[in-house]
Design a protein around this ligand. Structure first.
Ligand SMILES: O=C(O)c1cc2cc(O)c(O)cc2[nH]1
Length: 175
């Protein structure tokens, strides 16, 4: 990660609304404003903040993609798109794209998707912007309408993310 990217992440975090929401058993619950998000002082800390994006769709990209019909190429493009949308360097983004013909939506196999976006910067205001951007991307690149998908935005909090055989909370304590 270069200096420019570190400065960019610092800027994002300094602007962040630290009042976050967690979804527990179907209920939206406001968390107390917290300073738990790190004052980022090293690239090691930055590497722990890694937005994760998981997409499942019931279409075969080779048949439907309006941009790149190759699954891996489409996924790489989706990674770049996510980096731009979530305002993170691509180096700290992880994307999983799964084609699964058993995904139903409203009881049919018509083109549809389910998407989970997990990011420390998820909050109601960002989620609104991101929803518009992701639905537009799905329409533009796969032709899937905005009433044929759901997006779940998450920010589980550091004790709920495992990494290096422990959790982010423990890793941040060690910094
Ligand atoms: O502190 C949080 O709420 C937090 C950290 C973190 C890291 C990560 O890689 C995510 O995908 C989400 C997330 N939330």
């Amino acid at each position: 990660m270069n200096r420019q990217e570190i400065v960019k992440i610092r800027r994002i975090h300094s602007k962040m609304d630290l009042t976050q929401y967690t979804i527990k058993a179907g209920h939206s619950r406001a968390k107390k404003p917290t300073n738990s998000l790190p004052h980022l002082s090293s690239s090691i800390q930055l590497s722990l903040i890694m937005p994760m994006i998981r997409l499942s769709t019931n279409i075969k990209l080779i048949d439907y993609s309006l941009t790149d019909p190759n699954l891996q190429e489409w996924a790489k493009n989706f990674s770049k798109f996510s980096a731009t949308t979530l305002e993170y360097p691509e180096e700290v983004i992880s994307v999983l794209v799964t084609q699964n013909e058993t995904l139903t939506f409203k009881g049919t196999f018509d083109p549809a998707f389910l998407l989970t976006v997990s990011s420390p910067t998820s909050n109601p205001e960002n989620n609104l912007k991101w929803s518009a951007a992701y639905f537009d991307h799905m329409k533009q690149t796969l032709g899937i309408a905005d009433d044929r998908g759901f997006i779940s935005f998450e920010s589980p909090g550091k004790p709920y993310i495992g990494y290096k055989s422990t959790t982010l909370e423990e890793l941040f304590k060690q910094k």
